[in-house]
Design a protein around this ligand. Structure first.
Ligand SMILES: [Zn+2]
Length: 410
């Protein structure tokens, strides 16, 4: 492995950008911004949270009408946990045999360092891109914070997006995730002592327990999940991927009262070719029809809250889905370069996890997830990456960018 390539990886890993707790990436973003400026990029810094910001960096092409490329990477890493479980220091790169160890080497500082190294090489060779190259250096990916969404909102659109997050050098799309809250809320608060009038013949008190009504909501979500599992499918997605997980529940106030509020927090997984707006509508329609058939829920309608921009700040997240743009000439280019480097066909499929790539597609940019590192290493104790993996990824990225610089495609 080239020394400069390793130096760049060491630079990225040495900054502790764990998330949670987050709010710690600005010092590393300062370094990356300075590096990109040295390479001729014009940079814009967009504040996200205290000490966390997003960089949009543009290397202007020689032809303003030529196709543009977005390359996206996140600099936050998963929480290390108890570092006594680590055999190697998490915020240093340690080489043992054919592997490099350190937090983020697989997810995704290895991919990011390789991008910086490749951009330097192209610069040293005096290559200027024909179309704009936009690098998004984002934060917040690990806790569902919409760093990439913000980068897209503040930056230019492009004709293709490459997300260099962990993908074992497979070209991947992904299913989407959206979290939601459904609330059952009573218009009246009833004392425990009045339950007898509320539930028995002749009692004459129209009321209900929000907790008991929530059991109907949970049963309805289960029915919808079952229906989806039977009816929905997408190539390379395991059947039944469209799950609805009732993940967290809170409700009631005290044993002296009938529960007048109950909130359920749930996670929905949907297919690459679905949009979260449609999925949300399906769930709301289904639950509202169930509620319409319930005498009390009819008078005390369900309330919904969807998504959010951070699991830390507002208990919600969205990772939009994206399909693989296999008909895009940029995909063919990646296939060609991959074949030259690896000698066989570019493997493709659907990610078993979620990345920021969906925000690019949501923004109208055809997107490919393609990065080094193994998914089993992401977030693990003693995270590692094979040196060979980084080297061959570098060859693919270099080959791809070199050709894209000269002849960007749509
Ligand atoms: Zn990642």
């Amino acid at each position: 492995m080239e020394k400069r390539h390793l130096d760049l990886l060491e630079l990225l890993v040495k900054y502790n950008t764990e998330s949670p707790p987050a709010r710690n990436t600005d010092p590393l973003q300062d370094e990356i911004e300075a590096l990109l400026k040295d390479l001729g990029f014009e940079t814009t810094r967009i504040p996200l949270y205290e000490n966390d910001s997003v960089i949009n960096a543009i290397l202007k092409g020689t032809d303003s009408d030529a196709p543009k490329l977005i390359i996206n990477g996140h600099v936050d890493v998963a929480n290390v946990g108890d570092d006594r479980e680590w055999q190697y220091p998490p915020f240093e790169v340690t080489q043992v045999d054919d592997y490099l160890y350190g937090r983020g080497v697989s997810d995704m500082k290895g991919g990011f360092a390789t991008l910086l190294y490749t951009l330097e090489k192209l610069q040293e060779e005096g290559l200027r891109p024909k179309g704009d190259i936009i690098v998004q250096s984002v934060v917040g990916e690990e806790v569902g914070e919409a760093g990439t969404k913000v980068a897209c909102e503040h930056g230019p659109k492009a004709d293709l997006g490459l997300v260099l997050d962990t993908s074992e050098q497979m070209a991947l799309g992904q299913g989407g995730v959206i979290t939601g809250w459904v609330t059952v809320q009573s218009k009246t608060t009833i004392h425990d002592g009045a339950r007898q009038q509320m539930v028995h013949a002749g009692g004459g008190l129209f009321g209900a327990s929000a907790i008991e009504k929530m059991t109907k909501v949970i049963a309805s979500l289960r029915e919808l999940e079952q229906h989806w599992a039977v009816m929905k499918s997408y190539p390379d997605m395991p059947s039944g991927s469209t799950t609805i997980n009732p993940a967290y529940i809170e409700g009631g106030r005290h044993p002296a009262f009938i529960a007048d509020e109950c909130k359920l927090w749930f996670t929905v997984h949907y297919l690459p070719n679905e949009h979260y707006n449609d999925v949300v509508r399906e769930i709301e329609d289904h639950l509202n029809k169930m509620a319409e058939a319930d005498i009390w829920l009819r008078e005390n309608p369900l309330k919904f809250e969807w998504g959010g921009t951070s699991m830390i700040e507002d208990k919600g997240e969205i990772f939009p889905s994206f399909t693989l743009p296999k008909a895009h000439q940029g995909y063919a280019l990646l296939e060609d370069v991959y074949k030259e480097v690896h000698g066989d066909k570019l493997p493709s499929g659907m990610s078993t996890t979620v990345t920021d790539g969906g925000w690019l597609e949501d923004f109208g940019v055809p997107t490919i997830l393609f990065g080094p590192g193994k998914l089993t290493e992401a977030h693990s104790v003693d995270e590692k990456i094979e040196i060979k993996d980084l080297e061959s990824f570098e060859q693919v990225l270099y080959g791809f960018l070199k050709r894209w610089y000269q002849a960007p495609v749509k």
